[in-house]
Design a protein around this ligand. Structure first.
Ligand code: PHE
Length: 341
């Protein structure tokens, strides 16, 4: 009966400790002391052998009952602690699923693309077609058909990326003139925006990859007066304000006469900066009347047809319009910069 008494004491004491435990580790400690391998219950059952055989059945049952009761109470209390911990965590980490989602942030067109599309709209309204040409070109389209034979010094004006198969990365959009003339013949009004490549030393106003927009009009009796009209229309359409321009002779083998149309630098207002190389002027719009050889090389009779062509520097135009003082910002893909447009 000694065993019975100590079992009852253990039961009471342990239930009391379970009840007063305020945290999981306290509960666990009480369990180990009562029910662990070296705990009180284990010690009590060691005396089991000393009992008289008739007592054993009774005490054995009691021992099991106490063990089961304590274990059950332990599990109940442990589950309660765990529920409480979870509830606390949920209240801390609560997410309001009814809040509106942050939403998809809208992107925008690159500033060069925006200007390109405006100019496309302007020229389509004037009856021009928009043509496209490959970025990898043949030597013939990029040079020969534009009146620049292999030995011509003008080839050195454009430091070219040559490919091992004899093709090249187009140095200007002018090869699309050739493709347009050969595909459609005269009369022809076309523009060709696109990416161009030169082996340039990169600085504030030069990149190896940049954008141009080529234009060409072929008809009967096209003159410099027509050319100037279209160039003025183009510039006022882009800038929506007066810009100071100057026209000076310029040499390109595929035009005669040829001009450089410069605009007064809009970054510095003409006083000189790194973009205009301290000159106050930016070369923006080289142009001229199409050289008779160029027409001939694309099977157009120069006695019957004449025309003008221009090669607008799209990247530079974007810089002028938005006051961007370093071309590398336009190419960098930095969203903090691009988000402004
Ligand atoms: N293709 C010339 C260049 O990139 C520009 C140009 C185009 C000049 C059309 C005259 C006529 O330098």
């Amino acid at each position: 009966m000694v065993v019975d008494t100590s079992l009852e004491e253990l039961r009471k004491a342990t239930l009391a400790r379970f009840a007063s435990a305020t945290a999981l580790d306290e509960l666990e400690e009480a369990r180990v002391q009562a029910l662990g391998r070296k705990g009180t219950l284990a010690a009590i059952s060691k005396n089991f052998g000393k009992l008289a055989p008739e007592e054993r059945a009774h005490t054995g049952k009691l021992l099991n009952a106490v063990k089961n009761e304590l274990e059950a109470e332990y599990e109940r209390k442990k589950a309660a602690f765990e529920r409480e911990a979870l509830a606390q965590r949920l209240s801390r980490e609560w997410i309001d699923v009814t809040l509106p989602a942050p939403g998809i942030r809208p992107g925008s067109l690159h500033p060069v693309t925006q200007i390109q599309e405006e100019i496309e709209d302007l020229f389509t309204s004037l009856g021009f077609a928009i043509l496209d040409g490959p970025e990898v070109e043949t030597e013939e389209h990029n040079f020969d058909a534009l009146n620049i034979p292999p030995t011509h010094p003008a080839r050195d004006m454009q430091d070219t990326f040559w490919l091992t198969n004899g093709h090249l990365l187009r140095t200007h959009t002018s090869p699309v003139q050739v493709r347009g003339m050969r595909k459609f013949g005269p009369p022809l009004r076309m523009i060709a925006p696109g990416r161009t490549f030169r082996n340039e030393e990169v600085d504030a106003s030069h990149e190896h990859t940049f954008y141009q927009l080529e234009g060409m009009m072929i008809d009967r009796d096209v003159s410099v007066a027509n050319l100037i009209y279209f160039m003025k229309t183009l510039l006022s359409g882009v800038f929506h304000r007066d810009v100071t321009v100057r026209l000076r002779p310029g040499y390109f083998p595929f035009v005669e006469p040829g001009f450089e149309l410069d605009i007064q630098c809009l970054i510095c207002g003409g006083s000189g900066c790194s973009v205009c190389k301290q000159s106050g002027w930016v070369e923006l719009l080289p142009c001229g009347l199409i050289h008779p050889n160029v027409l001939r090389l694309s099977n157009i009779d120069p006695d019957e047809w004449s025309g003008f062509a221009f090669g607008l520097g799209l990247t530079r135009l974007a810089m002028m319009r938005y006051g961007i003082d370093d071309i590398r910002q336009l190419q960098g893909g930095d969203l903090r910069f691009l988000n402004q447009f």
